[in-house]
Design a binder for this molecule. Structure first.
Ligand SMILES: Nc1ncnc2c1ncn2[C@@H]1O[C@H](COP(=O)(O)OP(=O)(O)OP(=O)(O)O)[C@@H](O)[C@H]1O
Length: 313
């Protein structure tokens, strides 16, 4: 098992050996293991030694003394030039930069160290009335670069709805033809009307490098999980309590009493699916902003992952 100081010696040796030229140590390049006696900057078989060019290096004292005992290697055209590295206190950044490049014998690349993150698919789901639309509406405002998938539906357009914005409206025959051609990522028959996610739209935006947001009900999320597995990120939106959820639905005043009862009953069942998701966001009463912030943090964290999700639609 090599000790730290042995490893440091090896590192110094390999640097000076691989570039076949004397290596001036910067005062900042000190032995991190505090072993000043053991760093063979100039191994005995090096060209410098053979030419009698000896440099006394005192790493810890930060003094660097060069002594040319015979002819300078600068005089030998075949010998690479010695590149002293000036200390940043006494030289400009560009000069130190160039000296470092020259000492290493290679240029520093300006290419990004890490490639751009993969486009992400974010599936947002949760019980009816929890605030999916409200959260997505706000997210759309703060994250314009995200693409929010427009669902295709066979239901008739309601007053005020815009084709291509609220939904892609189409006839039942057209929808069935899309199913036939396998053009939908997921679809469902909801109260006699079809609703589905067109694959082409996702492909198109992912090809542009966009992240994709899908809003689906719990059954839709379960289907997408089976299809996409871990290639997408699944976020479950919940209210802080059942009570808060029910009050929110009542206050929305969009449901008949029967529909309200049905939604409340299924919400209880739907909460059991929480464990199938990657993240949970508690959309607290009066704190829509906090929910959106957390959602943004989830997206940012996913984009920073070393092992990126790779979604193929
Ligand atoms: N954090 C919050 N605090 C207070 N009210 C909220 C909050 N989030 C959403 N709401 C309100 O709750 C109601 C239900 O929200 P929304 O319609 O977005 O739910 P949803 O999950 O999309 O429902 P559905 O699945 O039935 O379409 C709306 O009136 C909305 O304005």
């Amino acid at each position: 098992m090599p000790t730290h100081s042995m490893l440091f010696r090896r590192l110094c040796f390999s640097i000076s050996k691989s570039y076949h030229k004397p290596f001036f140590l910067s005062p900042i390049f000190t032995n991190p293991f505090g072993d000043s006696r053991s760093c063979p900057i100039h191994p005995s078989n090096s060209k410098t030694q053979r030419l009698g060019f000896q440099r006394k290096v005192s790493v810890n004292s930060h003094s660097f003394v060069s002594e040319n005992t015979t002819n300078s290697i600068m005089d030998d055209p075949k010998t690479p030039t010695v590149v002293p590295i000036p200390h940043p206190d006494y030289a400009g950044r560009a000069e130190v930069f160039r000296a470092l490049e020259a000492s290493l014998g290679s240029a520093f690349s300006s290419q990004p160290i890490v490639p751009a993150p993969n486009p992400l698919i974010i599936v947002i789901s949760g019980p009816s009335g929890v605030g999916k639309d409200a959260v997505i509406k706000r997210l759309r405002e703060v994250r314009e670069e995200l693409h929010f998938v427009v669902t295709a539906t066979s239901r008739a357009k309601r007053p005020g709805e815009v084709d291509g914005k609220d939904y892609f409206f189409m006839s039942k025959e057209e929808f069935l033809s899309m199913i036939e051609k396998n053009e939908l990522l997921e679809y469902a028959l909801v109260y006699g009307d079809y609703k589905g996610i067109p694959k082409q739209q996702i492909r198109e935006y992912m090809a542009k490098g966009c992240d994709i947001v899908l809003r689906v009900d719990i059954q839709g999320a379960a289907t997408l999980r089976r299809i996409l597995r871990n290639s997408a990120v699944f976020v479950f939106l919940v209210a802080e309590s059942e009570e808060a959820l029910v009050k929110r639905l009542i206050d929305r005043k969009t449901e008949t009493t029967e529909a309200l009862l049905m939604r409340v009953a299924s919400a209880k069942e739907e909460l059991k699916h929480l464990k199938e998701f990657d993240y949970v966001v508690v959309n607290k009463e009066g704190d829509l902003e906090g929910s959106v912030k957390l959602l943004e943090s989830i997206i940012d964290a996913e984009k920073a992952k070393v092992q990126q999700r790779i979604a193929v639609i």
